[in-house]
Design a protein around this ligand. Sequence first.
Ligand code: NAD
Ligand code: TDX
Length: 331
Amino acid sequence: MKVIVTGGAGFIGSNYVHYLMEKTDHSVVVLDKLTYAGNMASLEGLPAERCSFVKGDICDAGLVDELVAGADAVVHYAAESHNDNSLDDPRPFLDTNVIGTFTLLEAVRRHGVRYHHISTDEVYGDLELDDPERFTESTPYNPSSPYSSTKAASDLLVRAWVRSFGVQATISNCSNNYGPYQHVEKFIPRQITNVLRGERPKLYGAGENVRDWIHANDHSSAVMTILEKGAIGETYLIGADGEKNNKQVVELILTHLGQPSDAYDHVKDRPGHDLRYAIDSSKLRSELGWTPQYADFDSGLAATIDWYRDNESWWAPQKDATEARYAAQGQ
Ligand code: NAD
Ligand code: TDX
């Protein structure tokens, strides 16, 4: 197959491109605008005969039409992805996450191309800490932030294009990813690189918010499984039973890096901060036979810490500007 991967120079998209190169014989065209979040260094070393790169915007209907016409499938990762940025300036989230998805849907509709839509568990809102139910495919949508509301909007567009126009699409909603190539603005890389630089980790509020962590490689294998075996029109939740509160994650990072586990600072909380996300991925496991390989968060985290220690040249160019933005927000 020839697969277009939008956002393939970003964190999860680049992990997926590496995964496809290693595990399949598909060829890939990466379509990426190279915003602040895109990094060509994340695609270094891939075989040029199977993996090409197009710099462009998913809102550019002419370019998207031309590329989709020659493809067998589109896997759509490109997005504005950071909640804190969406609170500061929502507009790019509307453009890329909503209009960009619309543009891709129109192209796959015209050319009859298979489409997989990458989304997030944040579309379901948040849970209480002691809520016995986790998110499932039938949990009502209840997004909190400009980011998650635009992702929710994009999911609903996909559902409408399946029903109204017969587009051959599937959707996945995944929990929080960690692993190599994640931008230092995000929680885990921010704290690892702070400690590597001799700075203290920064916890929003009390640090009791819970995220359900999955290694990006397991996200990739789940998406590959859905692309191969998923039923058209269906939504699949992806998660690896990795619930931890933020304080626990920071303590683990500090311990792995040989620091006292309480050597962190509490900083100003995120407005509207979602309390807890938790995924029930039974449907994906029972219907499509998927299982995560990184069942143990602590060893996946240790490998991720090693990657950031060994790849300072990848993250150092973004670190100062990212921290300056956080400092301006009191975080
Ligand atoms: P990221 O911010 O690291 O990467 C996004 C990529 O999209 C970048 O390479 C950027 O240059 C590109 N891009 C942005 N706007 C574009 C545009 N208009 N046209 C073309 N390219 C554009 O994001 P990520 O964390 O890798 O997330 C990828 C996808 O996975 C997103 O759809 C996100 O909603 C979803 N997701 C992320 C997580 C997570 O934990 N990070 C969890 C679940 C779902
Ligand atoms: O410095 C920090 N300190 C801190 O305590 C940062 C950057 C974050 N946090 C907290 C906020 C969250 O509770 O850590 C948690 C994780 O924060 P983010 O990395 O910003 O992720 P989150 O807001 O949970 O969203 C992520 O998962 C779902 C991705 O960024 C989204 O793209 C995805 O949809």
